[in-house]
Ligand binder design. Structure first.
Ligand code: NAD
Length: 426
């Protein structure tokens, strides 16, 4: 048992180092293609600031536990940094650093007036009480309060953090600041200044990318055969939207297995039966594995679960014509090359999953204005932003003869590289 656990954690350490290395490799390639000198890469390969904090918390049993947290601010040449805070036992400084770079790229891709930031606390929220989680969230805000703020760095939800945690953090910041400051954080409950459409924004953004990709390959969403890996927040909303658009969802999965029906699954029933962790396959017999799911005969494959799912080992067996990455980092660099060489259209994570940060930006704008938009207005604005970004990146990939991932990185780095140059930083 112990040996397995050690092997697992060193694998996850390696994966995180790989995320940082592969992110830097593509950033370098993108800057080279755009003709920027090495000094721009030297600036952008790391976060400008990385804060490490220690947060002592009185636990329910009376003992004190000291948690470690991070906040990274990658580049604020364009505007304040922005990005989620994750609570997870495997959080590392390297991972937070890489994810902050990704947030900069996403903001550049959807043309938001932000740079990228990210935060994380090493903890397991599944083993903590509500009171302990509240103390930790408030303690984290006290520890980083001088470093963040609505015009400096704006946090948001991420893995294992939600609107309740955002509400506690906003309340703590407002107490420190001595006035109500909803623009400090996004992903809040609607009654505290959250935006309509925030919860389903990532899946809406992925759906828009799928529709645009299908147009490029000349087929209709209605009747298209779709496979979605993961049935959590992103995957379940996505299956719902695609089902409503007339697509045939022929496969879905969770951490425990996968379901397949070539005639189309009963999506409404699955949505009704899934639990809050996105688990549903445990209710069924005759499930298949996640590996089998990825290799199913279908038109569109959407990895919406975890990283490193499509690798050099299975990329040659993927049958889908279009792969749209809703998850962060589901495809390795080797697999990206194999899929591209096979003529597949791969829509990268930094574009496909940028609906969340786009609606977070809308939330921040609404907080600044004190004027709130109805859901239709949020959706209309999101559609315009993502359609334009998809088109720009597709056009870049065609004219510069590069895959969509490199094209997205080229679009993503350009604005912060330009802003850094105008400011005289490089
Ligand atoms: P979630 O925790 O709500 O759901 C994750 C789903 O993946 C669950 O169904 C879980 O059972 C399944 N899963 C976990 N491990 C798995 C494994 N090894 N194999 C197959 N399935 C597995 O998470 P989410 O919010 O839906 O996020 C999913 C992905 O999308 C993540 O990579 C996340 O970073 C990315 N993403 C999400 C958002 C968002 O707003 N939710 C925004 C941007 C990116």
């Amino acid at each position: 048992m112990v040996a397995d656990k050690t092997a697992d954690s060193s694998k996850s350490e390696r994966e995180k180092e790989n995320i940082l290395t592969s992110t830097r490799t593509v950033v370098k390639e993108a800057l080279d293609k755009l003709g920027y000198p090495d000094e721009v890469y030297e600036l952008l390969k790391d976060s400008l600031r990385m804060l490490k904090v220690r947060i002592p918390i009185r636990m329910d049993d009376g003992s004190v536990k000291v948690f470690t947290g991070f906040r990274a601010q990658h580049n604020d040449a364009v505007g304040p940094t922005k990005g989620g805070v994750r609570y997870h036992p495997d959080v590392t400084e390297e991972e937070v650093n890489a994810l902050a770079i990704w947030m900069s790229l996403k903001s550049g891709i959807v043309d938001l007036p932000y740079g990228g930031g990210k935060g994380g606390i090493i903890c397991d929220p599944r083993e903590m009480s509500f009171r302990e989680l509240e103390s930790l969230s408030r303690g984290y805000v006290r520890a980083i309060s001088q470093f963040v703020g609505p015009t400096k760095d704006i946090p948001a939800p991420d893995v294992f953090t939600n609107s309740q945690i955002m509400a506690w953090m906003m309340d703590e910041y407002s107490r420190i600041d001595e006035f109500n400051n909803p623009g400090f954080i996004t992903g809040k409950p609607i009654v505290l200044g959250g935006s309509h459409g925030r919860e389903s924004a990532t899946a809406k953004g992925v759906t828009i990318c799928i529709e645009e990709a299908a147009k490029k390959r000349d087929f209709e969403i209605e009747g298209a055969r779709i496979v979605v890996q993961g049935f959590g927040n992103a995957g379940s909303f996505l299956a719902k939207f695609l089902h409503e658009a007339g697509a045939k969802v022929v496969g879905i999965s969770d951490a425990y297995g996968a379901l397949h029906d070539p005639h189309g699954l009963d999506v409404d029933y699955l949505l009704d039966r899934r639990d809050s962790f996105g688990t549903v396959t445990t209710l069924f017999k005759n499930t298949i594995s996640n590996q089998e799911l990825l290799e199913l005969d279908c038109d569109i494959l959407v990895p919406a679960a975890v990283q490193n799912q499509i690798t050099a080992e299975n990329a040659a067996k993927i049958k889908a014509d279009i792969i749209v990455e809703a998850a962060n980092g589901p495809t390795s660099m080797e697999a990206t090359k194999i899929l591209t060489d096979r003529g597949k259209l791969l829509v990268p994570d930094v574009l496909a999953s940028s609906g969340g940060v786009t609606v977070s930006y809308f939330e921040w704008v609404q907080n600044k204005q004190g004027y709130y938009w109805p859901e239709e207005e949020v959706e209309e604005k999101l559609y315009k932003v993502l359609k334009k970004s998809f088109e720009t990146i597709y056009h870049t990939s065609q004219t510069r003869r590069v895959d969509m991932r490199l094209a997205a990185y080229m679009v993503g780095v350009r604005k912060m590289a330009e802003a850094s140059r105008y400011r005289g930083w490089v």
